[in-house]
Design a protein around this ligand. Structure first.
Ligand code: FES
Length: 126
């Protein structure tokens, strides 16, 4: 049985997360501290656990750099798995067809909060 998730504020001012930028954060999920990230892509913010589905490595080198120059996918720095920013689905690479663990976000009074796992693929906040 999973423990109730305690929402965490990941940004004081969500507007400061500009298009194409990302921020890394940590959260306690099911009693385990995990790394995660949020990115703004085409105006919306999306968040995922920072765990590639190929070999369970972080997608980035710790530098919050998740996009390549084509700016159409989140790219794992290890073996090049490419994930759709809006859904977390791996669209090419060694774990094609798998999916990043999506996190639910909510904007309150301008701040950005993580509410834990995103159970359904509803629209993230703008
Ligand atoms: S660990 Fe991400 S593609 Fe291999």
């Amino acid at each position: 049985m999973s423990e109730p998730f305690v929402p965490i504020r990941i940004a004081v001012d969500a507007r400061r997360l500009s298009e194409g930028e990302a921020l890394r954060f940590r959260l306690l999920l099911d009693g385990v501290e995990r790394e995660a990230f949020a990115v703004r892509f085409r105006g919306r913010v999306h968040a995922y656990l920072n765990v590639c589905r190929h070999q369970l490595q972080p997608l980035d080198f710790g530098d919050a750099h998740f996009f390549d120059e084509a700016y159409d996918a989140l790219v794992c720095c290890h073996h090049g798995a490419r994930y759709a920013p809006e859904t977390g689905e791996c669209v090419s690479g060694p774990c094609r067809g798998s999916r990043l663990t999506a996190l639910a976000l909510e904007e309150q009074d301008g701040a950005l909060w993580c509410l834990g796992r995103r159970e359904s693929p509803g629209p993230p906040p703008r």
